[in-house]
Ligand binder design. Structure first.
Ligand code: ADP
Ligand code: ZN
Length: 754
């Protein structure tokens, strides 16, 4: 029995802390323990057990108790998490805490009473299929206090509009809803009662059961290659490049079925689970209840149950968004990353990991088969196949032999002025196409990547744009909600005609958002039933409802942001209209062309998936841009070839690797000073002097001010992973010494350039 343990704590320090093991306590690697740390008790993870008293310490504190009787993570997962923390230069204790199921409050309380807890894991709970939440209603006649904040008002407006709302739904609409609700309950304005709801609304999705398909030739070939790799037991990385509608899901399903039959486990990662109810439903239809669906709507208790069931081997298949990567799937044989190009796999806060890259690492470490699937693979992934580091599997035809849709360009420059709809963005050609589609009894999807009514408000008196007080971005008018809102910090204020800067009553609506487009369509096509899908309508089960209505043909036109471009399989859709194809090209990001091509190809892929051929209209000012040109012909490879040449010339990802170093502070001078100091530190490193690593910047971030903080950054770029890491490590050590009052971090393989 060891007398000491090194414990990783969830603190931003990249080192472990040594504690004494009390007599009679047995601790093993990976167990979660409570230890005293600067006057409080923290939960940490045992990284090492040993008998070496720490040198130079007079008194070694003792472990206060252990929360579980066994290691939290299976051994392979524990090892993977350590590697992931190391790769991203992130404190191990924070990574382990993030990956572990949250400790129930009872655990710490029990610890306080007895000072020693074991088996806190066996907390009595409900069945996996139900979840406890509150149903919140307005108490009539109790007025909202005069000094109520914007959040309180917004939340109240929501509840009043719908009569009653579930806390789980409110939490998706209003940040910090739980706190706001409980303060309003205290004030007597709201009433909350406990209710049990289906924990997993994907259980209730009423979709027809689906028997396995007779695979097409291409599907068969892909499935055979993958199952052969699975049976060989040595793992392998595969890129399943299948055009939209080629039936990638069927390949996943048959591979997973094979793994389950062999008593192995499988993990399926999807970009956003709420946006892919269909994929989850197909897995349900094939595998019944034996699936842990991990999503943000689960309460801690439910997550805990799903976790336990996987950990004990009662469930062997997990589906979820990015963080499901950490699910303790037993005997992991397969990891699938669907729509691998999607940027939501990258976590942009705290532990900034990329779910796709880490899926590949985890699969590699456990010798599992890793499948990345997409119709528009990321340039990084396709590059790996060209380098022979990943095997490419192609599905070049649609599963039911439907043709790819015809894509046409509508030159916005040549269709100026107001079209027949009375709106400049609905051009004559698009208007006529919608008419034809509707009179044929078909459905249309219209894509505009801006939510709200008007994206900005311009003051005719002072020439300014109405801005968020905390961020350097303009406010968007949301007419339905009656507010001007910041899309970055969620600041909201009542709609006003007065300019926030000069107070003149001269605000003018500029541009068009999905709300306004919805109105314009409704007035032009009076008979049509128009639905909308964007962050504003997606709350709760909003996505499922809208998609369901589309599927049941209760809607004729669906308007939406990039949410409509996701993998939806809606056979009635024969027309797709892209209102402004250039929108994403203007982004200050070296991936702007790639993003644009992906969006255009993906949204085009929603057309013509049924019996009738599809048609796509791309409205654009830049029809000669290569992202638009190749999207016209569904030519991924053409796009890739041109893009990789550009990246090569500019020395960007994936030819070179990047690390972003960012700092922010309330005071601009402080932010500038800190980032300058960090950049100078890099300049002094031999790797930078020898030009193996380049420092690009520092410069203010494109969004210079966010949540009242000034943001500065620079990029480190290199073709040598080792050299880049060395410089990044030096930055991290400097940050660990403290840069207060600024905050600073490194972001390895950054995605967001904002
Ligand atoms: P992708 O994800 O590649 O865009 P999906 O997996 O959504 O494509 O499949 C497209 C459609 O084709 C779905 O309706 C699916 O049920 C159907 N499908 C897939 N494979 C087959 C097959 N082998 N035979 C018949 N239909 C299939
Ligand atoms: Zn803001």
């Amino acid at each position: 029995m060891s007398s000491f343990v090194d414990v990783a704590l969830p603190v931003p320090l990249r080192r472990a802390f040594t504690y004494r093991v009390p007599d009679g306590m047995t601790l093993r690697l990976g167990m979660r323990v409570a230890v005293p740390f600067s006057g409080q008790k923290l939960a940490g993870f045992v990284l090492r057990t040993h008998d070496d008293p720490p040198v130079g310490l007079k008194r070694v504190l003792s472990v206060a108790g252990s929360f579980e009787s066994e290691p939290v993570f299976p051994e392979d997962l524990h090892a993977f998490l350590l590697r992931a923390a190391d790769y991203y230069l992130h404190p191990v204790g924070e990574v382990l805490k993030l990956a572990a199921p949250a400790l129930p409050k009872e655990a710490f309380k029990a610890l306080k009473e007895s000072g020693f807890v074991e088996h806190a894991d066996d907390i009595k709970g409900r069945r996996l299929t139900t979840q406890l939440t509150s149903r919140v209603t307005r108490v009539p006649e109790v007025a909202l206090p005069l000094r109520a904040g914007v959040k309180q008002k917004a939340l109240l407006a929501l509840i009043e509009a719908r009569g009653a709302m579930l806390l789980t739904e409110l939490q998706k609409l209003v940040p910090g809803a739980r706190g706001v609700v409980s303060s309003l309950v205290e004030k007597g304005v709201l009433h909350a009662e406990d209710v049990e709801i289906a924990a997993d609304r994907f259980f209730s999705a009423d979709l027809p059961r689906e028997a396995p398909f007779e695979a097409t030739g291409e599907q068969r070939a892909a499935i055979d290659t993958l199952t052969t790799a699975l049976r060989a037991g040595k793992g392998g990385a595969f890129l399943l490049h299948g055009v939209t509608g080629s039936g990638k899901t069927e390949v996943y399903l048959q591979l997973v079925a094979d793994a389950l039959e062999r008593e192995q486990g499988a993990l399926v990662l999807v970009p956003e689970i709420a946006l892919t109810p269909q994929l989850v439903a197909r897995f349900r239809a094939r595998f019944g209840e034996g699936i842990a669906v991990l999503h943000s709507g689960l309460a801690d208790r439910e997550r805990h149950h799903a976790w336990r069931a996987l950990r004990r081997g009662e469930l062997r298949l997990a589906i979820g968004a990015r963080s499901a990567l950490f699910a303790p799937v037993p005997r992991l044989g397969v990891i699938i990353v669907d729509e691998e190009h999607d940027s939501s796999f990258k976590q942009e806060e705290g532990f900034r990991y990329h779910g796709r890259d880490m899926a590949m690492l985890r699969a590699h470490m456990t010798q599992a088969v890793c499948v990345l699937g997409s119709a528009t693979p990321s340039v990084e992934s396709y590059y790996l196949t060209e380098q022979g580091k990943m095997t490419r599997l192609s599905l070049t035809h649609r599963a039911k032999h439907q043709l790819m849709p015809e894509v046409e360009v509508v030159e916005l420059a040549r269709n100026p002025g107001v079209g027949p709809s009375g709106h400049p963005l609905i051009t004559g050609p698009l208007h006529r196409a919608i008419q034809r589609c509707l009179s044929a009894g078909d459905q249309a999807i219209l894509f505009l990547n801006r939510r709200g009514f008007a994206p900005s408000l311009h003051c005719r008196a002072c020439g300014e744009v109405a801005r968020c007080p905390a961020c350097s971005v303009s406010l968007t008018e949301h007419r339905r909600a009656g507010v001007l809102r910041c899309h970055y910090c969620d600041f909201a204020m009542p709609i006003t005609e007065a300019c926030p800067q000069c107070h003149a009553l001269a605000l003018e609506r500029v541009g068009i958002g999905t709300e306004r487009l919805e109105d314009a369509l409704q007035t032009s096509f009076v008979e049509a039933r128009v639905g909308r899908l964007d962050r504003d309508t997606a709350a709760g089960s909003g996505v499922e409802e809208v998609l369901d209505r589309m599927r049941k043909r209760e809607l004729d036109i669906l308007v939406g942001t990039q949410m409509v471009t996701k993998g939806h399989d809606l056979p009635g859709v024969t027309l797709v209209g892209v209102l402004l194809a250039d929108q994403s090209l203007a982004f200050p990001d070296f991936r702007a062309a790639e993003r644009t091509f992906q969006l255009l190809a993906q949204v085009s892929g929603r057309a013509g998936r049924g019996d009738r051929p599809g048609r796509v209209l791309l409205q654009t000012y830049q029809s000669d841009h290569y992202a638009v040109r190749f999207a016209l012909h569904h030519d991924y490879l053409g796009f890739y070839r041109e893009e990789i040449e550009t990246r090569r010339e500019l020395g960007y990802v994936p030819i070179a690797r990047l690390v972003a170093v960012r700092a922010d502070a309330g005071d601009e001078v402080v932010a500038r000073k800190v980032v300058k100091e960090l950049a100078e530190l890099c300049e002094r490193m031999p790797e930078v002097k020898d030009r193996v690593v380049q420092v690009l910047g520092p410069a203010p971030a494109p969004i210079e001010r966010l949540r009242s903080r000034f943001r500065m950054r620079f990029l480190l770029r290199s073709r040598s992973r080792a050299a880049l890491r060395k410089v990044a490590q030096a930055v991290v050590s400097r940050i660990d010494e403290g840069v207060s009052p600024a905050r600073a971090h490194v972001d390895v393989d950054p995605v967001s350039m904002l």
